[in-house]
Design a protein around this ligand. Sequence first.
Ligand code: PGA
Length: 236
Amino acid sequence: MRVLVTPDYRTLSLTAAELVVKAVRTKPGLVLGLPTGNTPIGLYEQLVRSYREQQLDFSKLRTFNLDEFVGLAPNDPHSYRTYMRKHFFDHVNVSAANTHIPENPGTYEDAIKQTGGIDLLIVGIGTNGHIAFNEPGSSFASRTREIELAPETIASAGKYFEGTPVPERAITMGIGTILESRCIVLLASGASKKSVVHRALNGPVSEAIPASALQLHPNVIAVLDEETSHHLRQLR
Ligand code: PGA
Protein backbone atom coordinates (compact mmCIF):
# COMPACT_ATOMS: atom_id res chain seq x y z
CA MET A 1 0.00 0.00 0.00
CA ARG A 2 1.25 3.48 -0.85
CA VAL A 3 0.40 6.12 1.75
CA LEU A 4 0.39 9.73 0.54
CA VAL A 5 0.23 12.23 3.38
CA THR A 6 -1.02 15.65 2.33
CA PRO A 7 -0.92 18.79 4.48
CA ASP A 8 -4.63 19.55 4.39
CA TYR A 9 -8.00 18.68 2.89
CA ARG A 10 -7.49 20.88 -0.18
CA THR A 11 -4.23 19.17 -1.07
CA LEU A 12 -5.79 15.77 -0.38
CA SER A 13 -8.53 16.63 -2.89
CA LEU A 14 -6.01 17.86 -5.47
CA THR A 15 -3.90 14.72 -5.04
CA ALA A 16 -6.90 12.44 -5.47
CA ALA A 17 -8.06 14.44 -8.50
CA GLU A 18 -4.60 14.14 -10.10
CA LEU A 19 -4.84 10.34 -9.81
CA VAL A 20 -8.28 10.32 -11.46
CA VAL A 21 -7.34 12.83 -14.16
CA LYS A 22 -4.24 10.83 -15.09
CA ALA A 23 -6.30 7.63 -15.28
CA VAL A 24 -8.97 9.27 -17.50
CA ARG A 25 -6.32 10.74 -19.81
CA THR A 26 -4.64 7.32 -20.11
CA LYS A 27 -7.94 5.49 -20.69
CA PRO A 28 -10.90 7.70 -21.70
CA GLY A 29 -13.29 4.74 -21.26
CA LEU A 30 -12.11 4.26 -17.67
CA VAL A 31 -14.42 2.32 -15.34
CA LEU A 32 -14.47 4.35 -12.14
CA GLY A 33 -15.93 3.37 -8.75
CA LEU A 34 -17.26 6.42 -6.91
CA PRO A 35 -18.01 7.28 -3.28
CA THR A 36 -20.34 9.81 -1.70
CA GLY A 37 -20.14 11.55 1.69
CA ASN A 38 -18.18 14.56 2.86
CA THR A 39 -14.68 13.43 2.03
CA PRO A 40 -14.90 13.28 -1.80
CA ILE A 41 -16.64 16.66 -2.26
CA GLY A 42 -13.30 18.42 -2.84
CA LEU A 43 -12.25 15.72 -5.31
CA TYR A 44 -15.43 16.28 -7.34
CA GLU A 45 -14.84 20.05 -7.29
CA GLN A 46 -11.38 19.51 -8.74
CA LEU A 47 -12.67 17.11 -11.41
CA VAL A 48 -15.30 19.65 -12.48
CA ARG A 49 -12.51 22.24 -12.65
CA SER A 50 -10.45 19.90 -14.87
CA TYR A 51 -13.44 19.58 -17.20
CA ARG A 52 -14.05 23.34 -17.35
CA GLU A 53 -10.49 24.62 -17.45
CA GLN A 54 -8.53 21.80 -19.08
CA GLN A 55 -11.30 20.33 -21.23
CA LEU A 56 -10.90 16.91 -19.63
CA ASP A 57 -13.26 14.64 -21.58
CA PHE A 58 -15.54 12.41 -19.49
CA SER A 59 -17.77 11.40 -22.42
CA LYS A 60 -16.54 7.80 -22.48
CA LEU A 61 -16.18 7.42 -18.70
CA ARG A 62 -18.22 4.64 -17.04
CA THR A 63 -19.02 5.05 -13.34
CA PHE A 64 -20.32 2.74 -10.64
CA ASN A 65 -21.28 4.21 -7.29
CA LEU A 66 -20.48 2.29 -4.14
CA ASP A 67 -23.86 2.47 -2.45
CA GLU A 68 -27.35 3.92 -2.23
CA PHE A 69 -30.06 4.10 0.42
CA VAL A 70 -33.08 1.81 0.02
CA GLY A 71 -36.52 3.41 -0.20
CA LEU A 72 -35.61 6.89 -1.47
CA ALA A 73 -36.85 8.07 -4.85
CA PRO A 74 -33.93 8.75 -7.25
CA ASN A 75 -34.74 12.49 -7.14
CA ASP A 76 -35.02 12.56 -3.33
CA PRO A 77 -32.68 15.33 -2.11
CA HIS A 78 -30.94 12.80 0.17
CA SER A 79 -30.38 10.06 -2.40
CA TYR A 80 -26.85 9.43 -3.55
CA ARG A 81 -28.02 9.83 -7.15
CA THR A 82 -28.97 13.42 -6.25
CA TYR A 83 -25.61 13.88 -4.49
CA MET A 84 -23.75 12.67 -7.59
CA ARG A 85 -25.71 14.95 -9.91
CA LYS A 86 -25.17 17.93 -7.59
CA HIS A 87 -21.44 17.44 -7.08
CA PHE A 88 -20.30 15.85 -10.35
CA PHE A 89 -22.58 14.43 -13.04
CA ASP A 90 -24.51 17.63 -13.85
CA HIS A 91 -21.30 19.64 -14.29
CA VAL A 92 -19.29 17.46 -16.70
CA ASN A 93 -19.94 15.69 -20.01
CA VAL A 94 -20.38 12.21 -18.53
CA SER A 95 -23.17 10.37 -20.33
CA ALA A 96 -26.12 9.58 -18.02
CA ALA A 97 -26.32 6.11 -19.60
CA ASN A 98 -22.77 5.42 -18.41
CA THR A 99 -23.45 6.23 -14.75
CA HIS A 100 -24.64 3.49 -12.42
CA ILE A 101 -26.04 3.67 -8.90
CA PRO A 102 -26.77 0.37 -7.12
CA GLU A 103 -30.51 -0.06 -7.16
CA ASN A 104 -30.75 -3.75 -8.02
CA PRO A 105 -28.09 -5.98 -6.44
CA GLY A 106 -28.82 -8.77 -8.93
CA THR A 107 -27.96 -6.78 -12.05
CA TYR A 108 -25.25 -4.49 -10.62
CA GLU A 109 -22.50 -7.09 -10.57
CA ASP A 110 -23.37 -8.11 -14.15
CA ALA A 111 -23.23 -4.49 -15.28
CA ILE A 112 -19.76 -4.13 -13.75
CA LYS A 113 -18.58 -7.37 -15.37
CA GLN A 114 -19.88 -6.27 -18.78
CA THR A 115 -17.56 -3.27 -18.72
CA GLY A 116 -14.55 -5.50 -18.03
CA GLY A 117 -14.34 -4.57 -14.35
CA ILE A 118 -13.55 -1.48 -12.31
CA ASP A 119 -10.20 0.11 -13.18
CA LEU A 120 -10.03 2.63 -10.36
CA LEU A 121 -12.21 2.76 -7.26
CA ILE A 122 -12.26 5.66 -4.82
CA VAL A 123 -13.49 4.87 -1.33
CA GLY A 124 -13.84 6.63 2.02
CA ILE A 125 -13.90 5.07 5.47
CA GLY A 126 -16.52 5.36 8.20
CA THR A 127 -15.52 5.96 11.81
CA ASN A 128 -16.60 2.35 12.48
CA GLY A 129 -14.25 1.10 9.73
CA HIS A 130 -16.88 0.53 7.06
CA ILE A 131 -16.05 0.83 3.37
CA ALA A 132 -19.01 1.68 1.17
CA PHE A 133 -21.84 0.43 3.44
CA ASN A 134 -20.05 -2.78 4.37
CA GLU A 135 -20.52 -2.52 8.10
CA PRO A 136 -18.34 -4.33 10.66
CA GLY A 137 -18.81 -8.09 10.37
CA SER A 138 -19.26 -8.01 6.58
CA SER A 139 -17.57 -10.92 4.83
CA PHE A 140 -14.51 -10.05 2.78
CA ALA A 141 -16.09 -12.23 0.05
CA SER A 142 -19.36 -10.23 0.08
CA ARG A 143 -20.94 -9.07 -3.17
CA THR A 144 -23.37 -6.25 -3.96
CA ARG A 145 -26.36 -6.72 -1.66
CA GLU A 146 -28.96 -5.05 0.51
CA ILE A 147 -27.78 -4.51 4.09
CA GLU A 148 -28.93 -3.04 7.39
CA LEU A 149 -27.04 0.12 8.32
CA ALA A 150 -25.14 0.22 11.62
CA PRO A 151 -26.57 2.58 14.29
CA GLU A 152 -23.45 4.81 14.11
CA THR A 153 -23.84 5.10 10.31
CA ILE A 154 -27.49 6.14 10.71
CA ALA A 155 -26.50 8.63 13.44
CA SER A 156 -23.76 10.14 11.30
CA ALA A 157 -26.07 10.39 8.24
CA GLY A 158 -28.64 12.18 10.43
CA LYS A 159 -27.00 15.59 9.96
CA TYR A 160 -27.63 15.43 6.19
CA PHE A 161 -31.25 14.35 6.54
CA GLU A 162 -32.23 17.51 8.44
CA GLY A 163 -34.88 15.93 10.64
CA THR A 164 -36.30 13.46 8.11
CA PRO A 165 -35.73 9.79 9.01
CA VAL A 166 -32.54 8.18 7.73
CA PRO A 167 -33.25 4.93 5.85
CA GLU A 168 -32.18 1.89 7.83
CA ARG A 169 -31.26 -0.15 4.76
CA ALA A 170 -28.99 0.39 1.80
CA ILE A 171 -27.55 -1.42 -1.21
CA THR A 172 -23.79 -1.60 -1.20
CA MET A 173 -21.07 -3.03 -3.36
CA GLY A 174 -19.55 -5.95 -1.44
CA ILE A 175 -16.02 -6.08 -0.11
CA GLY A 176 -15.30 -8.88 -2.61
CA THR A 177 -16.57 -6.60 -5.39
CA ILE A 178 -14.42 -3.70 -4.18
CA LEU A 179 -11.29 -5.88 -3.93
CA GLU A 180 -11.67 -6.90 -7.61
CA SER A 181 -10.96 -3.30 -8.69
CA ARG A 182 -7.57 -2.95 -10.36
CA CYS A 183 -6.58 0.04 -8.23
CA ILE A 184 -8.18 1.40 -5.05
CA VAL A 185 -7.70 4.91 -3.66
CA LEU A 186 -8.67 5.32 -0.01
CA LEU A 187 -9.45 8.89 1.07
CA ALA A 188 -9.54 9.91 4.74
CA SER A 189 -9.44 13.37 6.23
CA GLY A 190 -9.72 14.88 9.67
CA ALA A 191 -9.11 13.98 13.29
CA SER A 192 -12.27 11.88 13.59
CA LYS A 193 -10.75 9.30 11.22
CA LYS A 194 -7.24 9.00 12.67
CA SER A 195 -7.89 6.11 15.05
CA VAL A 196 -9.86 3.99 12.59
CA VAL A 197 -7.38 4.66 9.76
CA HIS A 198 -4.56 3.49 11.99
CA ARG A 199 -6.48 0.30 12.84
CA ALA A 200 -7.45 -0.32 9.21
CA LEU A 201 -3.98 0.18 7.76
CA ASN A 202 -1.70 -1.05 10.56
CA GLY A 203 -3.90 -3.34 12.64
CA PRO A 204 -4.85 -6.97 12.12
CA VAL A 205 -6.86 -7.80 9.00
CA SER A 206 -10.27 -8.51 10.45
CA GLU A 207 -13.93 -8.39 9.43
CA ALA A 208 -14.44 -6.26 12.56
CA ILE A 209 -12.73 -3.45 10.59
CA PRO A 210 -13.98 -3.86 6.99
CA ALA A 211 -11.41 -1.35 5.62
CA SER A 212 -8.59 -3.62 6.85
CA ALA A 213 -9.47 -5.80 3.82
CA LEU A 214 -7.59 -3.20 1.76
CA GLN A 215 -4.35 -4.61 3.23
CA LEU A 216 -5.06 -7.72 1.10
CA HIS A 217 -5.15 -5.77 -2.18
CA PRO A 218 -1.92 -5.35 -4.20
CA ASN A 219 -2.62 -1.86 -5.54
CA VAL A 220 -4.00 0.54 -2.92
CA ILE A 221 -3.08 4.21 -2.53
CA ALA A 222 -4.19 5.79 0.76
CA VAL A 223 -4.45 9.57 0.46
CA LEU A 224 -4.61 11.06 3.96
CA ASP A 225 -4.25 14.49 5.45
CA GLU A 226 -1.98 15.45 8.35
CA GLU A 227 -4.75 15.28 10.93
CA THR A 228 -5.63 11.72 9.97
CA SER A 229 -2.08 10.44 9.60
CA HIS A 230 -0.60 12.12 12.69
CA HIS A 231 -1.80 9.32 14.94
CA LEU A 232 -0.68 6.74 12.36
CA ARG A 233 2.90 7.94 12.49
CA GLN A 234 2.94 8.46 16.25
CA LEU A 235 1.94 4.86 16.79
CA ARG A 236 4.36 3.38 14.27
P1 PGA B 1 -17.57 10.77 5.07
O1 PGA B 1 -18.08 9.26 5.00
O2 PGA B 1 -16.75 10.99 3.84
O3 PGA B 1 -18.84 11.58 5.07
O4 PGA B 1 -16.77 10.90 6.32
C1 PGA B 1 -17.16 8.25 4.75
C2 PGA B 1 -17.82 6.92 4.86
O5 PGA B 1 -18.69 6.73 5.73
O6 PGA B 1 -17.46 6.04 4.06
